[in-house]
Design a protein around this ligand. Structure first.
Ligand code: G3I
Length: 353
């Protein structure tokens, strides 16, 4: 059984035996005021957040309270784990692993192969390579070393992140594609599976939660890889909603289409900005509905196993540094108070059968 399956079984057994919080805890009961992780356990899904080092005493207690899974925002990317050729650095990732282990949290590894957005994803010594065999050897060594370092402890890996153009449905011709061809994706998955046969291996993509050509291309790529016998176990649908919001029906349908191929699905990197017009209360209500629509789409399909937010408090979000302040995209506000969005997530988690 893949590690995610064992973890979900554990959380379900804990809940059923009353070990998952209060005995016989029912988050749907009148007066129940469950945390997100208690509601997620009742819904049979894991719930996580991007993790980073913060000089903020409120950060870790809030993370522990509502989440049971973490993904480091940067420390497991190539630029962090092998910043120079042959020089590996696992310090920050190891510290997160220790925190996660001490708090009973699962860990998603993000990400082994990603060359599209920034130097800290893939260093220049990699993108400067011109010889295919040199790159093939380097990619193999990187994946074997990183996945091997965490063998048995990281339950899921984003093996290849964002293989498509950000705004489009064409495969992004990164350095791996250019030198190794489209088969680089299959090669990366085979290497990761060899390094940790029990890890659940994911293809992770952005802007594919709603219907559209990019999702269709992701679905076709997933089917093709599975037809080749590639050890692809899951697909991550990133949930960065910056210009619009989730469409419940389209997202549920996308999850169902992927599930029909036999993979598990996770909603990864979720952050949904305040959007629409009107006063702040109106926009917070719109955001609550958006989060309900997203979470309820996941729990509507058995194959959807985890929701991971990209951060969890508006005090610390990548969106501030990339797009500016004021987008307030997460379930907890700047003071770690529960926003309407928090209750949208919780109600969405509890909307299932
Ligand atoms: O740590 C350095 C710091 O020392 C330096 O002073 C500062 C200014 O140059 O840069 C810091 O590194 C930044 C790093 O985040 C840590 O904050 C990098 O420049 C910056 O590029 C990096 O951005 C991250 C980005 O991925 C690229 O790796 C974001 O935090 C992170 O949220 C974002 O997450 C990605 C997912 O991995 C993949 N899906 C899209 C998502 C959003 O872009």
């Amino acid at each position: 059984m893949k590690r995610i399956g064992m973890l979900l079984l554990g959380s379900a057994l804990a809940l059923s035996s009353g070990c998952g919080g209060d005995d016989q805890l029912d988050c749907r009961a009148d007066g129940a005021d469950c945390t997100l992780s208690e509601a997620a356990a009742q819904a049979g899904v894991l719930i996580g957040a991007a993790f980073n080092e913060k000089d903020d005493p409120e950060y870790l207690p809030a993370l522990i309270k509502d989440f049971n899974s973490v993904t480091h925002e940067g420390a497991m990317k190539w630029g962090a784990t092998q910043p120079e050729y042959g020089v590996f650095n696992f310090d920050k990732a190891d510290a997160m692993m220790e925190f996660a282990g001490a708090n009973g949290m699962t860990v998603r590894g993000h990400t082994l192969i990603w060359e599209q957005a920034s130097l800290d994803a893939t260093p220049e010594y990699v993108t400067a390579i011109t010889d295919p065999e040199a790159l093939r050897t380097l990619m193999a060594d990187h994946i074997r070393t990183v996945v091997g370092h965490y063998r048995g402890r990281v339950d899921a890996w984003d093996v290849v992140n964002e293989p498509f153009e950000t705004a489009g449905s064409q495969v992004y011709e990164n350095i791996f594609y250019q030198l190794l061809g489209p088969g680089y994706i299959a090669e990366a998955f085979e290497l990761a599976h060899e390094a940790d046969p029990d890890a659940t291996l994911f293809l992770n993509e952005a802007l594919v939660s709603n219907a559209g050509a990019k999702f269709d291309a992701l679905l076709a790529l997933t089917a093709d890889l599975l037809d080749q016998g590639v050890p692809l176990h899951g697909v991550g649908l990133q949930g960065h909603f910056i210009t619009g919001g989730p469409n419940h029906d389209e997202l549920r349908t996308n999850i169902q289409k992927l599930a029909a191929l036999g993979v598990v699905v996770e909603l990864t990197e979720v952050d949904i900005v305040l959007r629409g017009t009107g006063d702040e209360a109106t926009r917070l209500e719109r955001q609550r509905q958006d989060y309900f629509d997203l979470a309820s789409a996941c729990v509507a399909v058995d194959a959807c196993k985890r929701i991971t937010f990209w951060g969890f408090t508006d005090r610390h979000t990548w969106i501030d540094s990339f797009f500016g302040p004021g987008f307030a995209p997460l379930p907890l506000d700047e003071n770690y108070e529960r926003k309407p969005a928090y209750f949208g997530v919780r109600d969405g988690l509890l909307s299932g059968p």
